[in-house]
Design a protein around this ligand. Structure first.
Ligand code: PGA
Length: 246
């Protein structure tokens, strides 16, 4: 594991952007795995900046997002499709047809999940998967207790996640209770994973994920078994790490 500790979230976005740009320059038909949440926003601003400067080109990039709420159409203001359009896709030269976010309105969710998994395999797999980490250790919506070998499927959100995400909805009751998410096994299949974390509220979870036991109680701990995992973490979120890092 490569653990890079940076001063603040702006620096987190820049370092993560540099790492992705270096990978994108190696491979024209790049397959980028993307995440939602507040953590990757500085990264998305950096990717848009690098794209405008001509440092990276998304015209042949294919993207797959980790997850989407069940029951929210793509144009709902809290859907992850809308989040991605507003925070990244509308600001880079990606072809929207090549951007994939799970369909929260799929009629046959199980068939859709199998199809999503197949679509990732059909383009040769994900080159770099961007991840945030939930306060309960989730990656994507793989809540504690998720099978470490799981593939794309429907998950029920835990009360902690519903509470964490309630800030984006008018009322806590409006937060969807289920989501479609890539599994931990899907994430582990990516060539490289890049997890970002910032904020003192993530310090215990980051320490559990990086230095605790590998356990489904902390789904992000599965990344200790990934062959190429990089973590870009702000000082406050890294405060409880004990092992040496960059
Ligand atoms: P956050 O969410 O980036 O908004 O903290 C992270 C997550 O739930 O994966």
């Amino acid at each position: 594991m490569r653990v890079i500790v940076v001063k603040n979230k702006e620096e987190m976005g820049k370092r993560a952007g540099e790492l992705i740009a270096a990978e994108m320059r190696k491979k024209p038909h790049f397959v980028l795995g993307l995440a939602t949440g507040s953590t990757p926003l500085p990264l998305y601003q950096e990717l848009a900046r690098l794209n405008k400067k001509g440092v990276i080109d998304f015209s042949t990039t294919v993207s797959f997002n980790l997850d989407e709420y069940v029951g929210l159409p793509g144009d709902h203001e809290q859907s992850y499709r809308r989040f991605m359009d507003e925070n990244l896709f509308n600001h880079i030269n990606i072809n929207k047809k090549n951007t994939h976010v799970p369909d929260g309105m799929a009629k046959d969710i199980s068939a859709f999940c199998d199809q999503y998994e197949q679509m990732i395999d059909d383009v040769g797999g994900i080159d770099v998967q961007v991840l945030g980490i939930g306060s309960n250790g989730h990656i994507g919506f793989n809540e504690p207790g998720s099978s470490l070998g799981s593939l794309t499927r429907i998950k029920t959100l835990t009360p902690t996640t519903i509470q964490d995400n309630a800030r984006f909805f008018a009322r806590k009751e409006d937060v969807p209770t289920m989501a479609i998410t890539m599994g931990i096994g899907t994430i582990m299949k990516a060539q490289k994973v890049l997890l970002l974390a910032n904020g003192a509220n993530k310090a215990d979870t980051v320490a559990a994920a990086l230095e605790g036991p590998v356990t489904s109680k902390c789904p992000a701990s599965a990344l200790q078994l990934h062959r190429y995992a990089t973590f870009v973490i702000t000082e406050d979120a890294a405060a409880k790490l004990t092992l040496p890092h960059e």
